[in-house]
Design a protein. Sequence first.
Length: 165
Amino acid sequence: MTVRVQRQDFDIGAELAALSDGDTGIGGVCSFTGLVRDLHPQAGEAAGTVRALTLEHYPGMTERQLEAIEAEAWTRWPLSACLIVHRYGRMEPGERIVLVACASAHREAAFDACRFIMDWLKTKAPFWKLEETGSDGDRWVAARESDAAAAEGWRGRSNTIGPES
């Protein structure tokens, strides 16, 4: 299991190469990279311009929660490798925030585990986001109902990928 919470940027290609290096049993790697957007719509409002996003977290607690999310994915799917890299600090539009990558002998498991981790990460990881919006001032990003619904959708769902898939 690999979880890193860091201020510095990451190299997607190098991270993915390292994830599957030497493991010829891996049949697929699925990854998701989250980026800072320059626009953020607030519920009931027009989209606002975002000049920067600052992510705050509690060291130690954040890593433990990400490790718990990753461990849950390992219990649900036959994974060969998994990686979560999440940044904190101030980032500008276009910068990378998060990388989630899952590797498995079967593409379905890699896809499902990657989506599961991102859905749970959005609602269960202790990060707080502050947007610098320029003329509108700074604002804390509120939790979105759609993220909560996506995470809740995984409750009761179990792995449907078997060794013969």
